[in-house]
Design a protein around this ligand. Structure first.
Ligand code: IVH
Length: 670
């Protein structure tokens, strides 16, 4: 291909990819397979690396981030970004509506929108191409976050022209935010990598957007809702509603919960409805925003200090509540961790009744100095889990004492231990009933032995009724025993026994995970199983040998060695094997793929998921369940989801089914 052809082809590809990106991220309605999308992107990348001078700022290849900077520059805006007057009650809303009607000089309506809890940015499009993106800053001067914003998939790099002419200058304003589901995943990943978790999605979005290294931003799941414009040259709108209809035509996502309201009644109804819907949304909102719809009326109303008179934020009551700590209990987990739990007077927060909240550990109790009888403020933030915000010391009853976790396990009475440098206090008794209950529940869980129908409730029943004191006893349960328990009849007992029996056929990874070895989660269990193949090999491995495995550090290695060195644990494993627990050993055909990690996503036409995993394992590779930066290949079938997006964001090689088959064929020969 000569340069002229390359230029033409690159332009074609960019247009197509930008369009399909829009179908995928904005309309949520893709019209091509992910594999096809991928091929186009790869072809474009190839052209751009052959002819770097052909690279353009609106190229979809630019979403992966640019070289890091020393500091974020400043952008001075044409029109200031204003802030909103807040209202907290009906009366303030009525006043606002009246004032607007009085000052408007014409019939008006209001547009009601969710008040999104992220951070405001302005995007400047010159001749349709995204050229500058900035944060709000002081309204006039913001931070230059152009490179970072380019990595956000729901921000168009070039405006779509849907048969209409694009104005030469378009400034679009809106909110950068993080979905709650993505926020939870991000925090989980960070905890796993021992990085501090973000306090809430807003902080996570802000921290991600203001990165000096846009490659980091590219790995953060940010999204964008458009709700306003700055300057739009050569295009007049009569109403805000008309603008909100036009933004999607240019390729932006406008929130779906916008509504035209005629009067206060409509507005109050909308507010109440949104407050209810709030719980089901995958992003945080903290109220509604009311805007006069008619733009000429806005001119009439004008601005007072930085707030437009034509807009109002009507906030929801905060999700914080005040309650009283009636007791503090110590709860014992499956690994023996003794956790202080505050039992509070039942309190409604955002539609959920909170009865207790974890205080995490003694250090946290000390930090807040929370005591029985204290009045406290609690909050439900981004994560659904409620937490303590602060103690109101003024309301503390006289004679209260600082809370200390008991020196003995509250369940079995063993003296607790607090290993050096650890914040967690533990019950050292492996046979403590609380630990057994927790381990039994975990053993049966989906990622472990996967015993259908067996959860927390049954685990508790089995332990409390004395039927299961140690894991292997699960396999000795009889129908007669089950029938004596509350809630069991002939069929349910038989079903459960069948499920327990069926769990005997398992994999090494499931068994290792199910054993509740400290620091061995699903992923580490996968790694150990692939590296060692048999339970005997894992048991026999020294800390040094374990540490030779990629991803296994000293802490995990020590934990594994310590676990199997314990006699009770060793006996448990022996008895499980005697009870018929059988590990399917993947037969090895070779090691041509040794050291590589594969993740499968979507449905493959010619393989089952297990079959495909088995095929790479036979050749020495590891099949993992989630995409991390250690993943080498992601094999994408039809209807892929978040794994695919993540792989793309991380720049991991994505194989189509055909490419995967070819790779297997080559590897089987070699
Ligand atoms: S319009 C004058 N619409 O609220 C118009 N703002 O205090 C101001 N916000 O920093 C912006 N959702 O981050 C507008 N649907 C919405 C909004 C919204 C959230 C935030 C925005 C801004 C703050 C204004």
């Amino acid at each position: 291909m000569d340069k002229q052809q390359a230029e033409k082809r690159a332009a074609e590809l960019r247009e197509q990819i930008n369009y399909h990106n829009y179908r995928y991220y904005v309309l949520d309605d893709p019209v091509i397979s992910d594999a096809e999308y991928d091929r186009m992107l790869a072809e474009l990348q190839e052209i751009e690396s052959a002819y770097p001078e052909l690279l353009t700022p609106d190229s979809p290849t630019q979403r992966i981030g640019a070289p890091p900077k020393d500091e974020l520059g400043t952008v001075t805006r044409r029109l200031p970004m204003m802030s909103l007057q807040s209202a907290f009650d009906e009366e303030a809303v009525r006043n606002f509506v009246e004032n607007c009607i009085e000052g408007a000089g014409e019939e008006i309506e209001f547009v009601a929108e969710p008040k999104l809890d992220g951070l405001a940015v302005e995007l400047v499009y010159a001749n349709g191409v995204l050229t500058i993106a900035s944060t709000r800053g002081d309204g006039i001067n913001g931070e230059d976050v152009t490179e970072n914003v380019r990595t956000i998939n729901s921000v168009p790099l070039r405006l779509l022209d849907n048969e209409i002419d694009i104005p030469p200058l378009v400034e679009v304003r809106g909110e950068v935010y993080m979905r709650l589901s993505e926020f939870d995943k991000l925090n989980q990943r960070r905890r796993g990598e021992e990085e501090p978790a973000f306090a809430n999605p807003r902080n996570a979005a802000a921290g991600s957007l203001r990165q000096l290294d846009s490659k980091i931003t590219a790995q953060r799941p940010l999204a964008f809702f458009a709700y306003d414009t700055g300057t739009v040259a050569g295009r007049e709108f009569a109403t805000h509603w008309e603008l909100l209809q036009t933004l999607p035509e240019w390729g932006f996502v406008v929130n779906e919960h916008i509504r035209l309201c005629e009067d206060v009644g409509d507005i109050l109804e909308y507010h109440a409805e949104m407050e209810e819907k709030r719980e089901g949304l995958d992003y945080e909102i903290d109220g509604i925003v009311l805007k006069v719809n008619q733009l000429p009326a806005r001119e009439m109303l004008g601005v007072r200090s930085r707030n437009p008179r034509w807009a109002l934020a009507y906030k929801f009551p905060p999700r914080q509540e005040t309650t009283r700590v009636v007791d503090i209990e110590a709860s014992v987990g499956r690994l023996g961790a003794v956790t202080p739990i505050a039992i509070v007077e039942p309190t409604q927060i955002g539609g959920v009744t909170v009865r207790n909240l974890s205080l995490h550990n003694q250090d946290e109790v000390d930090r807040h100095d929370v005591r029985i009888g204290d009045t406290v403020i609690i909050e439900r933030a981004g994560d659904v889990i409620p937490h303590l915000v602060k103690v109101i010391e003024e309301k503390r009853p006289p004679g209260s004492r600082a809370y200390k976790l008991p020196k003995n396990c509250p369940v079995c009475g063993s003296e607790t231990v607090r290993p050096e440098g650890d914040v967690v206090v533990r019950c050292p008794n492996f046979n403590c009933p609380a630990q057994i209950e927790g381990r039994l529940e975990h053993f049966a869980a989906r990622g472990a032995m996967d015993i259908e129908g067996m959860g927390e409730k049954l685990a508790r029943q089995f332990v409390r009724e004395g039927l299961v004191k140690r894991l292997p006893e699960l396999y000795q349960l009889t129908k007669e025993q089950l029938l004596q328990l509350e809630g069991f009849a002939d069929i349910s007992a038989e079903n459960l026994l069948a499920a327990i029996g069926g769990s005997r056929q398992t994999t090494l990874a499931r068994l290792l995970y199910g054993l509740s070895i400290p620091h061995v989660g699903e992923h580490v269990a996968d790694v150990l199983a692939s590296a060692f193949g048999t339970i005997e090999a894992v048991r026999g491995a020294s800390a040094e040998v374990l540490e030779e495995v990629n991803e296994i550090g000293p802490e995990i290695a020590q934990s594994v060695v310590g676990f199997f060195a314990n006699e009770e644990n060793a006996r448990t494993v022996d008895e499980l094997l005697e009870a018929g627990v059988t590990i399917a050993v993947p037969e090895k055909k070779g090691d041509t793929l040794a050291g590589l990690t594969f993740v499968f996503t979507g449905t493959l036409e010619n393989y089952t998921r297990e079959g495909a995993q088995h095929a790479v394992e036979e050749l020495g590779a590891r099949a993992a369940s989630s995409v991390t930066n250690k993943t080498d290949y992601v094999v994408a079938g039809e209807a892929t989801g978040s794994k695919y997006v993540k792989a793309r964001d991380l720049g991991i090689t994505i194989l189509t089914e055909k490419q995967f088959t070819e790779l297997l064929e080559r590897s089987n020969k070699g």
